[in-house]
Design a protein around this ligand. Structure first.
Ligand code: ATP
Length: 475
């Protein structure tokens, strides 16, 4: 069993933290187990610094045991039976055996504790998350797997300890967790799990937006988000979480390149992921998946027989704002994703490669801090099978990025400001603070975007001409 061997090696490397912890609990007469995602990830060779444990000791006893040993300590989860500590680089959470469901936030703040490890494991969400390793004075000592999570792990299957209907009835969030593990682990749902989600997906509406969002974040940032999104759509779960995603299935794109806008969006998501520099980029991934959600609502059949989606970027950005706000995403994430959706057609507005200095300045200025992501999004948004067209678009992207780099070498493209500030404008025109100053400022900024940096004399001259041409200053 190679996987188990991998786990044994991973755990041996943790001996210097596991053994002293095991010693502490054993000498106080308590059991301690590494459990849940930590055991699963150790077997898969992907264990990080977060370690989850379970114990028969009550939270106050755990607190007493750990206080002198840990480098830092927090007890925000204590009413749910969890005590958290940091030891060196490890973030450790120790939870007392559970004898109720894990639906902590929305329905069940009263936690009841269990007496045995088995009580705890059988209440966990999936069998792959219900394995434990007994920790004693020598570190990892024994592997406990009463629900045969190892077979499910080896087969790559997400299944529930009890029947899925019972499990999802206790905590409907588990339906979304199941799909999120497809993304993180590349596993499949057991047929009975798939079936149960198909039948009970509307129950997810009982769950708070915060819990849903936490799972969605992990889903979209996993290694296999396309498969997970597809499972969410095909089981009907997406209809209750983000109906805009299945909504894209109804609409064929204008070039008839794809079965539907939904398939195109999944491809764009995949291509955007391929362009990431390192860590998963939540904002880029959402923007790639949602960039065309305005299409179904804006589809028009044109008299000549074609289809158009005018202003779908405007409608799409609005839809993104509404949905992501409802899911309680932080303001900055909502506005970044919506802005990218709004800007995703900017690139095409400039025709085939005719990037004037003014067009480059405007593109960079409008993208602001999203420039790098916008470049990736527009590059990813090319899914044509017409090789010549794809090559031409590719050259156009390369050309744009080169033009941006060239112009950046000459001007401070990041912070395009008018060549005169508010004070200089007031002095020159002899006006007090007021709306006129704002109008003059915007005029000069437009001029700056069109023509690049102006000398002070040129800027003053331009401002005087603008002022003289105003109706109230004529005659
Ligand atoms: N809603 C739930 N129902 C039942 N068990 C749960 C539930 N949420 C968490 N668990 C249990 O607690 C463990 C830790 O949960 P957590 O959400 O941190 O996921 P994880 O498996 O550790 O994955 P990750 O660390 O990638 O989020 C799970 O492995 C599972 O055993």
């Amino acid at each position: 069993m190679r996987l188990l061997a991998a786990a044994a090696i991973a755990l041996r490397e943790l001996d210097d933290v596991l053994a002293p912890l095991g010693e502490l609990f054993a000498s106080a007469g308590h059991e301690l187990y590494l459990v849940g995602g930590s055991v699963r990830d150790a077997v898969l060779g992907r264990l990080g610094n977060d370690l989850d444990f379970t114990t028969d000791a009550r939270p106050e006893q755990v607190t007493r045991l750990l206080k002198g040993w840990a480098d830092a300590f927090w007890d925000v989860g204590i009413e749910f039976g969890t005590v958290g500590v940091r030891k060196g680089e490890h973030l450790i959470e120790i939870t007392t055996f559970r004898a109720d469901t894990y639906d902590q936030v929305s329905r069940n703040p009263e936690v009841t504790f269990g007496d045995t490890l088995e009580d705890d494991l059988v209440r966990r969400d999936f069998t792959v998350n219900a394995m434990a390793v007994r920790i004693g004075p020598k570190g990892a000592e024994d592997f406990c797997d009463p629900l045969d999570g190892m077979s499910a792990l080896l087969a790559g299957v997400i299944d529930t300890p009890a029947t899925p209907e019972q499990s999802f009835g206790d905590d409907p969030l588990r339906m979304l967790r199941a799909v999120r593990f497809i993304s993180q682990l590349g596993f499949e749902l057991a047929p009975r799990v798939w079936q149960a989600i198909t039948e009970m997906n509307d129950e997810i509406e009982r769950i708070t937006a915060e819990r849903v969002r936490a799972e969605l974040d992990k889903l979209i940032c996993g290694e296999h988000p396309l498969e997970a999104i597809d499972a969410m759509v095909e089981t009907g779960l997406a209809e209750h979480i983000m109906p805009e995603i299945p909504g894209m299935k109804l609409t064929i794109d204008e070039h008839h390149q794809h079965k539907d806008v939904y398939q195109h969006s999944l491809t764009v998501l995949k291509q955007a992921i391929d362009l990431e520099d390192g860590d998963p980029d939540l904002v880029l991934r959402w923007a790639a998946l949602l960039h065309d959600i305005g299409k179904p609502a804006t589809r028009r059949h044109e008299p000549g027989g074609g289809v158009s989606f005018h202003h779908h970027e405007v409608v799409g950005a609005k839809m993104v704002r509404k949905r992501m706000r409802a899911l309680k995403y932080p303001k900055a994430v909502v506005s970044d994703v919506a802005d990218l959706v709004f800007l995703h057609l900017r690139f095409h507005g400039y025709g085939d490669g005719a990037w004037t200095d003014s067009a480059v300045r405007r593109y960079v200025n409008d993208a602001g801090h999203l420039l790098d992501r916008l470049n990736k999004l527009v590059r990813a948004d090319c899914t044509t099978r017409n090789k010549r067209r794809a090559r031409r678009l590719q050259q156009n992207y390369d050309n744009l990025e080169k033009r941006i780099a060239d112009l950046k070498a000459k001007e401070d493209l990041e912070k395009v400001r008018p060549d005169l500030d508010g004070n200089a404008i007031m002095e020159l025109l002899g006006v007090p603070p007021g709306p006129i100053v704002g109008q003059a400022w915007r005029y000069l900024k437009e001029l700056r975007l069109d023509r690049g940096p102006l000398s002070p004399e040129e800027a003053e001259q331009a401002l005087r001409e603008w002022w003289a041409a105003r109706p109230e200053n004529q005659g």
